[in-house]
Design a protein around this ligand. Structure first.
Ligand code: DI6
Ligand code: FE
Length: 400
């Protein structure tokens, strides 16, 4: 049933500036939102459609997780123990652990294994009202292995009711064969791989890790130039461990988002404000690596930069498979308001993923992606820690 009317709901559409609707209804036709408003105003046009009584539950747009590394093989529980013993994330990375260890596992896995290992993590996200997920490559670091990751990511969308977007993150780390030769890796692997993956329809955006342990803006310029000439949007892991001026560099390409940005300075804030780039905050990573430098939320807010929250689900810096918990961390660690947290996982996350015309708010014309919640107020979605009051998730008009 992809057409129907959902009645007796308390609705937060999350459209810019919209007030809650106390006794609301949503009309869905062929999987798309046809109408939303107070039930008393429901036009007669929809009277032939089947009706579902939401029994007073809260109805919000389904969540968008706009930054994940969901596809990978193995895990890094051992490094977690080393960090508990005092080693830092950066020390482990420099000693050949970190991303490199997940690369070894991922490059050795078959595409079927990658899908099988990703599915339980995907199910965890979906179980709490998430319907759209961005998934990056970045643990292959060869053309074939990067493409296998994106093929696995695309396959997930055929196995579960979910919308998947993909990002080409070959410039995540330098593989051993290219040690000290970042420019060669970009020229010989990241760019030709991007061209091949794009030709196969596997790429929705191009991402990179801009950091002193990864790539500099100068090294990334040829990759981003190629993305631009292919018509692909860019985004960037920027200012996570230090300020490398990656955000201003990405803003110069009209980036969809800059992500992490713990070390973003005032010039960086001004640059992303001018380019309309979304600030994607990843408190799971801040928490898991015990980073004490937090993103400049007050400055971002004052500048009117849109802020999104995402899990950064990955085996190293953020083994976090919950957007509800991400919102709680965003509020508690970064002092986002409840309203900011809810926008950050719906409208602003959709904007960061390039999906705002399709999802992220409940507005006529968009995909009917919404979730019913057993809660007394939307603040409960941010307040609970490890409690998941999702009742029903509707994806493209159908109960998922
Ligand atoms: N920053 C991160 O937090 C993840 N990637 C990145 O560029 C970490 C990836 C990992 O540790 O496996
Ligand atoms: Fe990441």
């Amino acid at each position: 049933m992809t057409s129907g009317v959902w009645t007796n709901a308390r609705i937060l559409t999350m459209a810019e500036g919209a007030e809650p609707i106390a006794a609301g209804a949503v009309a869905v036709e062929r999987g798309r939102i046809a109408w939303v408003g107070a039930e008393a105003d429901l036009p007669p046009d929809f009277s032939d459609l089947p009706v579902t009584d939401c029994q007073g539950r809260w109805l919000l747009p389904s969540f968008v997780d706009c930054h994940t590394h969901l596809v990978f093989a193995g895990n890094r529980a051992r490094e977690f123990e080393m960090r508990l013993d005092g080693a830092s994330y950066e020390e482990i990375a420099r000693a050949g652990g970190g991303i490199a260890s997940t690369v070894r596992n991922t490059a050795a896995a078959t595409e079927d294994q990658l899908v099988a290992e990703a599915l339980p993590r995907l199910d965890a996200l979906l179980s709490e009202g998430t319907s759209s997920i961005e998934i990056k490559s970045g643990y292959g670091l060869s053309i074939e292995a990067e493409i296998a990751m994106l093929r696995a990511a695309r396959r997930l969308a055929g196995l579960r009711p979910v919308r998947i977007t993909t990002s080409w993150l070959a410039a995540h780390a330098t593989p051993p064969a290219y040690k000290g030769r970042n420019a060669d890796y970009i020229a010989e692997v990241a760019i030709p791989g991007l061209e091949a993956a794009h030709a196969a329809g596997l790429v929705d955006a191009v991402d990179a890790f801009c950091e002193r342990i990864a790539f500099t803006p100068d090294e990334l310029r040829p990759l981003f130039d190629r993305a631009r000439s292919l018509g692909l949007p860019v985004k960037l892991h920027a200012e996570q461990l230090s300020n490398s001026n990656g955000s201003a560099f990405a803003a110069g390409y009209g980036a969809l988002s800059v992500d992490h940005i713990e070390y973003l300075d005032a010039d960086g804030v001004a640059a992303i404000r001018a380019s309309g780039t979304v600030a994607v905050l990843l408190p799971g990573a801040t928490y898991a690596i015990r980073e004490t430098q937090h993103p400049p939320v007050a400055a971002l807010r004052a500048a009117g930069v849109p802020m999104a929250l995402a899990t950064d689900l990955n085996p190293g810096s953020s083994p976090l498979a919950s957007l509800l918990l991400t919102m709680n961390l965003g509020a508690t660690l970064f002092r986002l308001t409840v309203a900011e947290c809810l926008a950050a996982t719906t409208r602003e996350a959709a904007r960061a993923a390039g999906l705002l015309p399709e999802t992220g708010t409940i507005e006529p014309g968009k995909s009917a992606d919404f979730t019913l919640w057993d809660i007394g107020s939307p603040a409960e979605l941010v307040y609970w820690i490890g409690f998941r009051p999702a009742h029903t998730r509707i994806f493209r008009g159908e109960i998922a």
